[in-house]
Design a protein around this ligand. Structure first.
Ligand SMILES: [Fe+2]
Length: 407
């Protein structure tokens, strides 16, 4: 049994023959009389280790190792330098250039065998380590993809639950998301937002915005779907959806872990009812103290409410809604974002008209329907533990938030 393939590069035929005789019974040997020939043979022979003579006419062994170590593929082959005239300078130079060892000629069979075995085994260990490192990275990548899928699935489930509970605003979450995407596209090409937007993860900004009214899960049906104008007290209850939303999102972050999706969702949840002049709720923040997520969603949230039918009011036209929003520029809304809103209002009108067509329906799926749908679209082959985790979260929401029971 041979222990590997060794390429011996030496201009001396005698040296090549001696070497082949010494170690040929243990290794497959490929001989090469020059560096040029070595490079011609490397592709086909693919040795596990190279024994390279330093003193050769023309391209020397030191030139040869320099070329090997600059090569994308051959640089990984361990090289032992052979020399008849060793000196500390030559040894240092060889090691600096990447040789793994230097052996002085004439060498003993035992010594060269031991050295070759030592370097072959080290090289195998390195390759094994690289492979296991690669496997681990691949595994980690696929695990983090799975976590992202899981979070997206959970967010979709919760969005479904909000729609299911809040029958008066079934389309609201989806249309608000589309209006927001229009605004964001314009903002990307406008100076002034890049610093704040740099913190966003654009892959899931829309999905996270869809969670902004998550707290409505905890508002009683009788208030949430009241077919008439709300009393002061009832409106105060509705305002609690921000605080309830914060509880839910904090619970999600605690159980699922930190994620950009959930952190972004938290910003939308907490700040979408703040006003530019400080008159909003729950914190009464002013101007640029209100995070961009809140300033942006505030505009599209109100536009959608104005242009939609509610049990207590009819939908206003696009133009009347825009006029009302413009009146609140600098009061409720960020004046700079209102400029963006004006720029994209035609596109927003188109989305609004499409969303409010009588043949445009959003069905209100049951929780089981939502679960099934998102498992199919997001999870695919998720394991039982993940499905159980999602089910537990749904149960937690139902137990703690259902129909106004806020704990
Ligand atoms: Fe809200």
């Amino acid at each position: 049994m041979k222990y590997g393939k060794i390429m011996v590069v030496d201009d001396s035929l005698v040296s090549l023959t001696i070497c082949e005789k010494m170690i040929g019974q243990y290794y497959d040997i490929v001989t090469s009389p020059s560096i040029a020939k070595m490079f011609q043979q490397l592709d086909e022979s693919r040795p596990d280790l190279i024994l390279l003579d330093i003193s050769m006419p023309g391209i020397t062994g030191l030139d040869g190792i320099k070329m090997l170590k600059n090569h994308d593929i051959y640089k990984y082959i361990p090289v032992i330098m052979l020399t008849s005239h060793s000196s500390p300078e030559i040894e240092k130079e060889s090691l600096k250039l990447g040789a793994c060892d230097i052996i002085k000629k004439p060498y003993e069979a035992d010594l060269i065998m031991l050295r070759i075995n030592h370097h072959l085994s080290a090289s195998k260990q390195i390759q094994k380590f690289k492979k296991s490192n690669f496997d681990m990275n691949t595994k980690l990548r696929s695990q983090s993809e799975e976590i992202i899928n899981l979070q997206n699935a959970l967010a979709s489930i919760v969005v479904g639950l909000i729609e299911y509970r809040d029958i008066t605003t079934g389309k609201h979450i989806l249309t608000a998301k589309r209006y927001m995407e229009c605004m964001i596209k314009k903002m990307i090409y406008t100076n002034g937002y890049h610093n704040e937007m740099a913190k966003w993860n654009f892959e899931n900004i829309s999905l996270s915005a869809q969670l902004h009214d998550i707290g409505k899960i905890g508002i009683r049906d009788i208030i949430l779907n009241k077919p008439g104008k709300l009393t002061y007290e009832e409106f105060e209850k509705i305002k609690e959806h921000v605080e309830i939303g914060e509880k839910i999102i904090n619970h999600m972050i605690e159980t699922i872990g930190e994620s950009s999706l959930l952190q972004q969702a938290k910003m939308f949840i907490l700040y979408h009812h703040e006003n530019w002049d400080g008159s909003g709720y729950p914190y009464g923040l002013k101007g640029l103290d209100i995070p961009l997520e809140g300033r942006l969603l505030a505009i599209v949230d109100v536009y959608d409410a104005l242009t939609s039918d509610r049990p207590y009011k009819s939908a206003m036209s696009h133009q009347d809604s825009v006029d009302l929003i413009l009146k609140d520029c600098g009061k409720k809304f960020d004046p700079h974002l209102i400029e963006i809103f004006k720029d994209v209002q035609d596109e927003i009108q188109e989305i609004s008209e499409m969303a409010h067509r009588s043949d445009f329906h959003i069905t209100h799926p049951t929780e089981i329907d939502v679960l099934t749908k998102v498992f199919e679209s997001h999870i695919g082959s998720s394991n039982d533990n993940e499905i159980e985790g999602l089910q537990n979260t749904i149960n937690w929401i139902n137990d703690n938030m259902a129909n106004g029971k806020v704990t």
